[in-house]
Design a protein around this ligand. Sequence first.
Ligand SMILES: [Zn+2]
Length: 88
Amino acid sequence: MGVLKTKKVNTRKTHDCHGCGHSYPAKTKMRYVVSQDGGDIYSSYYCKTCDEVLDKIYDYVDLDNGIIFGSVKDWDMSLWEDIHLKYK
Ligand SMILES: [Zn+2]
């Protein structure tokens, strides 16, 4: 598992955040991540909240196994909600 490319984008259509499973409308700033697992290429979107949570706890999480859909919110629900309120 490796990250090939990551960038911040303004979405052009609705996307579900891979970290928390929430659906975000078009024109939302999200992080777009392309990763590789064996021969497979995956692309996913992360909302600002999950992006910040990942940033804070990156050192404690083994990302080599990939991130299960919706799991960023489950790691630390109170941290996630604190950050999410900030962006409302
Ligand atoms: Zn999210």
